[in-house]
Ligand binder design. Structure first.
Ligand code: SF4
Ligand code: SF4
Ligand code: SF4
Ligand code: ZN
Length: 537
C-alpha cells in the first residue's frame, strides 16, 4: 500500500511507522507495491511521449503506466506511441545524450519519510543473513564447511543483497559470482566490471561465462519463448557449477530472489537446501521485499546501480528474453539498435524456416514469445528399439541410429566401473557397481562392435532388465542427439560431466555413479524433447 503524506509531500509505505514521527494526513495513493524513482534519462523519454517537458519534475513509477508527479497519480500510456514507431524518431537523440543521475539527494525526502520502516526491514534481513550463516557453520553442519557467496547478476536485487550480506557479516570480501549469460546489456558488463567495482573495491567478483554461443544454439532450438526457455538451463545454471567446484567448501549462496517478482517464485522457501546445483544452500534475504522496499534501500544506502534503470528498464536481465515487456523492447530498440537488428534477423530466419506466412507480423506482434514446440528442428523419431538376444534369457539387443564408436564409452561411465576387454570380434565391457546391499559386484555386461548399430546387454540375474535397458537408451539418445548444449554439465552434482570442450566427457575420477544425469531430461537429452515432433499451438 502506498500513501501520500500532505505534510511531508512524499509517498509513504508504512502508515504506522510514519505516524510515529509525523502528524501529516495520509491519503491512499495505490494498492500496489511498485514505486520506482524515474530518473532523468527516463523522464526525457516520458517527455517525448506526452509532448511536454517533464524533466524537472520528481516522478515515481507506480506500475501499469501510472506515474506519481505533481502530487497525484497520472497515466502515461506508451503503447500506441510505440506501435506507431514514434520512439524511433527520438531514438538517436536519446541515445546520443545519456545522462545518469548519481546524486540521489533529490530523493532523500522519501527516505526520510520512510526511515523507520526501512530500518526495520534492514534489521530483519541482516539478522536473517547472520542467523543463516551461523546455522550452517555450527552444529550438525560444522564438518561440511559452508562458505557465504553472493549470486550477482548486475540487477538491482542482487546489488541490494550484496550490500545486506556484507553489512550483516561485516565482511567486504564475500565472494560474488557473476553468472554471465552472454546476453547481458552492455551496461551490465560495465556495471559489474567497473562501476560496482569502483565503489566496492574489496569485493571479489568471479565471472562464470558459458562457452556456448546463444545465437548458434538459437538456430537449432529457435528463439526462446515463454514456454520454451531452453536458454535458462544452458546459460544460467551450467556455468556456476564449475566455479563452485573451486570453492574450498560448500556454497551458502545468497540470492536476490523475491516472491513479488513472479507467480512461479511464490512458493519459494527463504532457505533451500536442495537446489539445482547440489551441495549448495540457497538463502534469500529479501524474499518478501516489494519493489518499493528495494528502491527505498538503494536510495537509503546510496548504492550505485546499473545504468539500465536510469533508462527506464524495470528489470535487467537478458536483453532478448521472451519475458521482457513491450516497454523493455521499446527501450532496447532505442538504446541497442544493433543488437535488436541481429535479433530481428534471427526471428525472421526462424519464421521463414518454420513456414510462417507473415514473418513481419510474427516478429512485430511478438508471436515468437508465445510459441510452443515446433523448434524448427526436423522432427525425428527418438524411439530406440530393443529385441531379444540369444546369448541369454534376459539379454537384449539395443539398436540405435548412429554407428557406434569409442566415444560411446563415456556415456556408459555413470553405470559403474568399466572393465574393458578388446577382443578380435568385439569390445567386451563388464560394468561393476555397488548394489543396493552395498556389495560391489558385476551388474551387467555389454558387447559392442564399433562400426555397427547394436549394443548387446547381458544383465546379471538380480538386475531389473527393463529399467536397465531404458537407462541405456537414455544414454544412447545422448550419443545420437547431443549438440553439447552443456545442460548435462549442470546436472552432475560432482562436476564430472564436461560437454563444452569438444566432446561429451565424463571424468571417471569424479563420477560417483549416482546416475542422476541419465534420465534428468525427458528421454535423456533436452534435444529429444524438441525433436520428438511436438505440434505447435
Ligand atoms: S533469455 Fe530469458 S529465458 Fe533465456 S536465459 Fe535469459 S532469462 Fe532465461
Ligand atoms: S546430451 Fe543433450 S542435454 Fe546433455 S549436453 Fe548433450 S545436448 Fe545437452
Ligand atoms: S551425475 Fe555425475 S556422478 Fe552421477 S552418474 Fe552422472 S556423471 Fe556420474
Ligand atoms: Zn509525513
Amino acid at each position: 500500500m502506498i500513501y501520500w503524506c500532505d505534510k511531508c509531500k512524499e509517498p509513504v509505505f508504512d502508515k504506522k511507522s510514519h505516524e510515529l514521527s509525523c502528524s501529516g494526513r495520509l491519503k491512499k495513493l495505490s494498492e500496489g507495491s511498485i514505486c520506482n524513482p524515474v530518473f532523468l534519462q527516463e523522464r526525457k523519454l516520458l517527455s517525448k511521449i506526452v509532448g511536454r517537458d517533464l524533466t524537472d519534475k520528481q516522478i515515481w513509477y507506480f506500475g501499469s503506466s501510472r506515474y506519481l508527479f505533481d502530487g497525484e497519480v497520472q497515466r502515461i500510456s506508451y503503447v500506441e506511441w510505440y506501435k506507431n514507431n514514434e520512439h524511433l524518431k527520438y531514438a538517436e537523440e536519446l541515445r546520443n545524450d545519456i545522462e545518469v543521475e548519481r546524486d540521489y539527494s533529490a530523493y532523500m525526502g522519501v527516505v526520510k519519510a520512510n526511515e523507520a520502516y526501512i530500518k526495520g526491514l534492514v534489521f530483519e534481513a541482516e539478522k536473517y543473513v547472520l542467523d543463516t550463516y551461523t546455522e550452517f557453520s555450527t552444529g550438525k553442519y560444522e564438518d561440511n564447511k559452508y562458505i557465504p557467496t553472493v549470486s550477482f547478476s548486475g540487477g538491482k536485487d542482487s546489488t541490494v543483497v550484496s550490500r545486506i550480506v556484507r553489512d550483516a557479516l561485516q565482511d567486504n570480501t564475500v565472494i560474488h559470482f557473476f553468472g554471465d549469460t552472454t546476453l547481458e546489456f552492455r551496461e551490465t558488463y560495465e556495471y559489474v566490471t567497473q562501476k560496482f567495482k569502483q565503489e566496492n573495491r574489496m569485493v571479489p567478483m568471479i565471472p562464470s561465462e558459458t562457452e556456448n554461443d546463444f545465437f548458434k544454439l538459437a538456430k537449432v532450438f529457435g528463439p526462446p519463448s515463454q514456454h520454451e526457455r531452453w536458454c535458462c538451463t544452458i546459460f544460467k545454471t551450467s556455468n556456476l557449477n564449475k566455479e563452485l567446484e573451486n570453492l574450498p567448501g560448500n556454497s551458502l549462496s545468497f540470492l536476490g530472489i523475491r516472491h513479488s517478482e513472479s507467480l512461479a517464485r511464490k512458493g519459494y522457501e527463504r532457505t533451500q537446501e536442495h537446489s539445482k546445483i547440489s551441495s549448495q544452500i540457497n538463502a534469500m534475504p529479501i524474499i518478501e521485499w516489494t519493489d518499493y522496499d528495494v528502491w527505498l534501500y538503494i536510495l537509503y544506502k546510496n548504492l550505485i546501480i546499473n545504468d539500465c534503470y536510469q533508462y527506464g528498464y524495470k528489470r535487467v536481465g537478458c536483453w532478448c528474453c521472451p519475458n521482457n515487456s513491450d516497454w523493455s523492447m521499446m527501450l532496447t530498440e532505442i538504446y541497442y539498435p544493433d543488437d535488436m537488428q541481429k535479433w530481428k534477423e534471427m526471428v525472421y530466419a526462424f519464421a521463414i524456416k518454420t513456414g510462417k506466412t507473415d514473418p513481419d507480423d510474427y516478429y512485430k506482434e511478438g508471436r515468437w514469445k508465445t510459441r510452443r514446440g515446433a523448434s524448427g528442428l526436423k522432427v525425428k523419431n527418438v524411439t530406440i528399439m530393443d529385441t531379444a538376444c540369444n546369448l541369454s534369457d534376459t539379454a537384449r539387443n539395443i539398436i540405435i541410429d548412429k554407428k557406434l564408436n569409442i566415444d560411446v564409452l563415456e556415456l556408459l561411465k555413470p553405470f559403474g566401473d568399466l572393465k574393458i576387454v578388446e577382443k578380435k570380434d568385439a569390445t567386451y565391457i563388464q560394468v561393476y557397481d555397488n548394489d543396493k546391499t552395498g556389495e560391489y559386484r558385476k551388474c551387467f555386461e555389454l558387447i559392442i562392435t564399433y562400426g555397427t548399430n547394436v549394443i548387446k546387454v547381458l544383465p546379471e540375474e538380480r538386475i531389473d532388465v527393463t529399467n536397465l535397458v531404458n537407462r541405456i537408451k537414455c544414454q544412447m539418445r545422448k550419443y545420437q542427439f547431443c549438440i553439447r548444449c552443456s545442460a548435462c554439465d549442470s546436472v552432475c552434482p560432482h562436476g564430472a560431466i564436461d560437454t563444452i570442450h569438444g566432446k561429451y566427457k565424463i571424468d571417471e575420477a569424479k563420477c560417483q555413479h549416482c546416475k542422476k544425469c541419465i534420465a534428468k531430461f525427458y528421454n535423456g537429452c533436452i534435444i529429444c524433447d524438441k525433436v520428438a515432433g511436438k505440434k505447435e499451438s
